[in-house]
Design a protein around this ligand. Structure first.
Ligand code: FAD
Length: 473
């Protein structure tokens, strides 16, 4: 039997349902396949940092597969249409009996998979598996079988399901006595800009060791520390989860080892971390039930009437971290320089762009995707729509963050701000979140922009714009 396992966002050999299934028959010849699609990545705004991380992980994956006697075939097409056509040919040439893959839940990816199935037209058995989620989309629904529209009841149902389901990790496939493999040369680089990022070693061993260390050392303090951007209190696993170097099922199992009673300990750090993993699943489930969110349409229909402001100079100031609001500027510089931003800061920066500058959330969504190493359609879209009150947030649109208050609350002594805005080093703590009111600002020649908007006024403008939009619906 000839089995092909098509790897996409599941670049690992452990806990990989499609790979396990492809290898389940000891007599099958198993070929793994990865298709690079630079044109599609461009259309999806993949960041050069993520492209580099992907490339480095592919090299590690190829090595890990080769150790198990499985060759990784690598091919480059432009986009998904070309990939689907090429794959159908490849399966024919190889006389494949079966094609295995883990589902991707995004809209274009689902269309692509349907095209592949149609092109293979029953000649090759296609088998898809749920992966990249803790529980399969569609398995956590209301009594009527609908998807929850807000998080809290979803989480309650999710936890009930976890008690009975108990997702477990499949082992890596055993070594196969396959024909000798081609020597492992350099992997041909794909036609996509790449940018190296410090602090992200490639490969699932690196991911698993980061997961183990986090659960061992930082889980307990997570609920207290997770909102403090100056601390290194979160796992920093998002980039690994996004590309499937690590799966949420592996995270959950490690969490259960560290804290077996996590489901019953709602006040623990472990539960708080599980809560974030459930958020991740929530947005993926939403994407399956409401595929329109993949096409950048608002989840709450009336919000499409909001009259966004088009102002390149405000947008550029936000992108470059020159808004005059220290917590926003420090966060944007962290993003630009490292490809990662702390969750609390993503919320603050998103709220600022949408509510203070009244700029369309899709501008921010795109900018984040182009910069983040962990850019992920569902989490990013979910986060942006939440902040813009166009999404699943249970709070109404008139909840608007005050950036100075957020700064004082989550970076009280300004340790984070000072790290990213050295020009504010001499500003006393008391004025750090509003440096323009520091009486000595002028005298000391403080080189920092004045606020680009007045928060109080901006708030009123945003409220009026949302009210007007709602009235139109
Ligand atoms: P931890 O705190 O250790 O959390 C563990 C894991 O849970 C994360 O790695 C991530 O996979 C998941 N997670 C945590 N918080 C969330 C959340 N609010 N929503 C969904 N999943 C979550 N996350 C991405 O992975 N990719 C994105 O493109 C992305 N864009 C975002 C945009 C905005 C506007 C907002 C508000 C949030 C966004 N998030 C995104 C969610 C969150 O900010 C990151 O997942 C988190 O900061 C990653 O750091 P960590 O791995 O240390 O997280």
């Amino acid at each position: 039997k000839n089995h092909i396992v098509w790897l996409r966002n599941d670049l690992r050999i452990h806990a990989n349902p499609a790979l396990s299934a492809a290898c389940s028959r000891p007599d099958a010849r198993v070929t793994a396949l990865f298709i690079a699609t630079p044109g599609q990545w461009r259309a999806h705004d993949m960041s050069p940092r993520q492209a580099d991380f992907l490339y480095r992980n592919l090299i590690e994956l190829r090595r890990a597969l080769a150790d198990r006697g499985i060759p990784l075939h690598y091919h480059q097409c432009d986009d998904y249409d070309a990939a689907a056509a090429w794959l159908a040919d490849f399966c024919r040439q190889r006389q494949a009996d079966a094609l295995f893959y883990n589902y991707q839940y995004e809209y274009n990816e689902r269309l692509r998979d349907r095209a592949v199935e149609q092109a293979l037209d029953g000649h090759v058995i296609c088998q898809g598996f749920d992966d990249g989620v803790l529980l399969p989309p569609g398995s956590v629904t209301t009594g009527d079988g609908d998807m929850y529209k807000v998080f809290t009841p979803f989480r309650a149902a999710f936890i009930r399901r976890l008690r009975t389901e108990d997702p477990h990790c499949l082992p890596a496939p055993a070594r196969r006595d396959a024909t000798p493999l081609d020597p492992i040369g350099e992997l041909e680089p794909f036609d996509y800009p790449r940018r190296e990022t410090e602090g992200y070693p490639a490969g699932e061993e690196a991911a698993l060791s980061r997961l183990r260390d986090f659960c061992h050392e930082r889980l307990q303090g997570y609920s207290l520390g997770r909102n403090q951007p100056a601390l290194d209190a979160t796992s920093r696993l998002s980039a690994y989860l996004t590309l499937g170097i690590l799966s949420p099922v592996q995270c959950y199992n490690r969490l259960r080892t560290a804290c077996p009673i996590v489901l019953d300990q709602a006040d623990s750090g472990a539960f708080s971390w599980l809560n974030e993993l459930i958020w991740r699943d929530f947005y993926r489930h939403i994407m399956v039930f409401y595929p329109d969110v993949c096409r950048h349409r608002p989840f709450v229909a009336w919000t499409r009437h909001v009259a966004w402001r088009r102002d390149e100079s405000l947008l550029t100031a936000w992108q470059q971290g020159r808004t005059g609001f220290p917590i926003v500027d420090a966060a944007m510089r962290q993003l630009n320089e490292t490809g990662w931003m702390h969750n609390r800061l993503r919320m603050i920066c998103a709220s600022f762009l949408v509510k203070d500058l009244l700029i369309d959330w899709r501008e921010g969504e795109r900018y984040f995707m182009r910069r983040l190493i962990d850019g992920d359609l569902s989490a990013n879209n979910g986060g942006w729509q939440w902040a813009a009150s166009t999404g699943t947030d249970a709070a109404p649109y008139f909840r608007i963050f005050n950036p100075a208050t957020q700064g004082r609350r989550f970076d009280e002594q300004g340790r984070f701000i000072r790290r990213w805005l050295p020009e504010l080093a001499s500003v006393p703590d008391k004025f750090l979140h509003e440096p323009y009111i520091w009486p000595l600002a002028e005298q000391t020649g403080l080189d920092y922009p004045r606020p680009i908007v007045d928060h109080g006024q901006a708030r009123q403008t945003a409220l009026a714009a949302y009210q007007a939009a709602k009235a139109q619906s």
